[in-house]
Design a protein around this ligand. Structure first.
Ligand SMILES: [Zn+2]
Length: 256
């Protein structure tokens, strides 16, 4: 666990290079994303138990992808907040996707998972206030149509979900909109956050946003190199495959 300031903590998990963020104010504890299941985030849960006092605990899902929601069930009696589309996606596809993983990649399932959908939803934005701190949840379509970021002021920090990713962002045919992704990242880049937390990665600087943006623009104009990973010294099998799929996404959307 890494303490960023008096209110913000990052719980980092090596598998998927994943960050769960935890925001603690006088009134609230927010847990942002719940990773691959209850057994993956037991340390985070213990921290919540130790620090909860009379605070209200909220889980926030940045979007509906499995690696962001499978640990929801660890938090009994907690409210879970997301974009409306995220709740709809979890309700329609959550069980099906979990069953697919049970068959194909059971080792990614960390513990006994019960799919738990968000039960508080919003459309454009939703803001909480606690003393001098504001926590704004804001919809930014792109990586998925249900993606949101969390903006914490006065720290000028952004928890970006998968809108920002190290080493590069991922698009997928089912969920993504590349044009909206670029426009969302342009807006986030302009906000010039002091600290930006991607769900996947260990870099927290706005330069990563610029690099992600440049990657997506090259992808959109079909000018990105097949050897992008080689040039950037990216060797992870996961991202080599992700880059291939990103390029395929563009080719397929041109055919359409
Ligand atoms: Zn995702």
């Amino acid at each position: 666990m890494k303490k960023i300031n008096d209110n913000l903590y990052i719980f980092h998990y090596p598998l998927y290079n994943f960050n769960c963020s935890l925001l603690k104010t006088d009134d609230f504890i927010f847990v942002i994303d719940t990773y691959l299941g209850p057994n993956g985030i037991q340390d985070l849960k213990d921290f919540v138990e130790k620090n909860k006092d009379n605070k209200k605990i909220y889980i926030i899902n940045t979007h509906s992808h499995y690696d962001h929601i499978w640990g929801n069930c660890l938090f009994k009696n907690c409210q879970i907040i997301s974009h409306r589309l995220c709740r709809e996606k979890v309700l329609s596809d959550g069980e099906k996707i979990l069953n697919e993983f049970k068959e194909k990649e059971p080792k990614l399932i960390l513990g006994d998972i019960e799919i738990k959908a968000p039960n508080i939803i919003f459309e454009d934005e939703l803001t909480f206030f606690s003393n001098n701190i504001s926590i704004k949840l804001k919809h930014f379509s792109g990586h998925t149509k249900d993606s949101i970021v969390i903006i914490i002021e006065p720290y000028h920090i952004c928890i970006a979900g998968d809108l920002v990713e190290e080493p590069f962002p991922i698009v997928s045919e089912d969920d993504s909109d590349l044009k909206e992704f670029i426009s969302s990242l342009e807006t986030i880049d302009k906000m010039n956050f002091d600290f930006i937390i991607p769900s996947h990665g260990t870099r927290f600087d706005n330069k990563l946003v610029k690099e992600n943006l440049s990657y997506l623009k090259q992808l959109e104009s079909n000018s990105i190199s097949e050897d992008y990973c080689k040039k950037k010294h990216i060797t992870s099998e996961f991202y080599l495959e992700a880059h291939r799929q990103n390029m395929e996404y563009v080719i397929n959307s041109e055919i359409k």
